[in-house]
Design a protein around this ligand. Structure first.
Ligand SMILES: Nc1ncnc2c1ncn2[C@@H]1O[C@H](COP(=O)(O)OP(=O)(O)O)[C@@H](O)[C@H]1O
Ligand SMILES: [Mg+2]
Ligand SMILES: [Zn+2]
Length: 363
């Protein structure tokens, strides 16, 4: 009988594409060990993103694939998840207690950025990550309403704020701190300072992903935030309307300018699902998200339908991912969340904490 070689196993694993990021297991550095014991093969994989709902499927695919190799009788596959911190803008340092900050942005308001942000956060948590959400939308903080939270945050030391909890998410919102009946007029520096403070003065506890719901648009405030907050990746939410797509394109440009990788775009309200009979209609046009993603060489992470239930659940304080965790829309949010995290996992890791800081002094 043919003696099984490690390289044979490795070459076989090279043919298996991880659907969450589209790269094979070897190239993605997911293969941690290959142990051959006669005709028994044991493989250890490590994923850099949370994937509770697809890990069993992956395990089965790997087992099935490796069983076809000549000389293999039995296969054990072990998959673990280890979420690491990824690089941020060069001049910045990641925040302690937050491995990765992911900014959710949109070219303009009303496209469903907050709804998408809160559902992605909940979906990442459902997939097994420790997640926080920072509502930085000074113009219309809506995360508290969407999670059924209100009131001033508590403090144990009168210096830092304790994040308010909902469904396992750590949350902080500008909306907890200001009176929503009296809309504030924000000037640039005041807005960015306030948001920096919210980020810094909140007692985030071991967060794998902090989702930031940015103020909509691509003006000075947004640009300054994209520059000053240590972000590992951004996601852009758009609707399929031409005008929204143009705005989204400006959003892409903004992150490019400050060297933050755009992990992908989410097309929201792409199809209208009739709540009477369930038939689908592309009222804002079709194919816009795909076309934009191809033109700009950025991934389309997923498309959400315009679905009354998405609005209803968001308004009720228990978003779709919580209210109908196995429904069609929730599964799309979970896929978007896994893809976002998986694409981030392929990016450069943050090494700033492993090397001493070298300070060059001018004398
Ligand atoms: N896919 C969707 N289907 C139906 N309603 C949606 C969807 N996404 C968002 N909405 C609703 O559209 C409105 C605007 O969404 P929101 O997330 O607040 O937008 P933004 O944060 O971009 O201003 C809200 O009432 C929300 O419930
Ligand atoms: Mg919003
Ligand atoms: Zn209908």
């Amino acid at each position: 009988m043919l003696q099984l070689e490690k390289t044979t196993v490795e070459n076989s694993l090279r043919t298996l594409i991880d659907p969450n990021h589209g790269v094979d297991l070897v190239t993605a550095k997911s293969v941690k060990a290959i142990l051959i014991d006669g005709s028994h093969l044991s493989v250890k994989l490590e994923l850099g993103y949370p994937a509770k709902s697809t890990i069993d499927q992956l395990k089965m695919s790997v087992e099935q694939l490796l069983k076809t190799l000549e000389g293999v009788e039995t296969v054990t596959v072990d998959i673990t998840v280890k979420i690491l911190s990824h690089a941020v803008q060069q001049a910045l340092q990641p925040k302690p207690n937050i491995k990765n900050i992911i900014a959710i942005a949109s070219g303009k308001g009303g496209v469903g950025k907050s709804t998408t942000a809160v559902n992605i956060a909940l979906a990442l948590a459902a997939e097994g990550a420790n997640v926080g959400i920072l509502d930085a939308d000074i113009y219309g903080p809506s995360i508290p309403m969407m999670l059924g939270l209100s009131g001033y945050p508590e403090s144990v030391d009168n210096k830092t704020m304790t994040p308010k909890m909902a469904y396992g998410l750590q949350t902080m919102s500008i909306g907890y701190l200001i009176n929503s009946d009296q809309p504030m007029i924000w000037r640039g520096p005041m807005a960015t300072n306030t948001l920096q403070q919210l980020l810094r003065d909140t007692n985030w506890v071991d967060v794998d992903y902090l989702i930031i719901d940015l103020p909509p648009g691509t003006g000075d405030i947004q640009l300054t935030l994209a520059q000053q907050i240590p972000v590992s990746g951004a996601v852009i939410v758009t609707t399929p309307q031409d005008i929204a797509l143009l705005d989204a394109q400006r959003g892409l440009g903004m992150f490019e300018k400050v060297n933050v990788p755009v992990l992908g775009i989410v097309e929201n309200m792409s199809m209208h699902i009739c709540s009477e009979c369930g038939h689908a209609e592309a009222i804002f046009g079709e194919g816009g998200g795909i076309a934009m993603s191809e033109k700009n060489k950025v991934d389309l992470l997923g498309s959400l339908p315009l679905d009354m239930s998405i609005r209803k659940y968001a308004d009720s304080g228990a978003p779709t991912v919580i209210s109908e965790p196995n429904g069609r829309a929730a599964l799309i949010y979970k896929e978007i969340a896994r893809k976002t995290a998986a694409k981030l996992a392929l990016k450069t890791k943050d090494f700033s904490t492993r090397f001493p800081n070298i300070v060059v002094q001018n004398t």
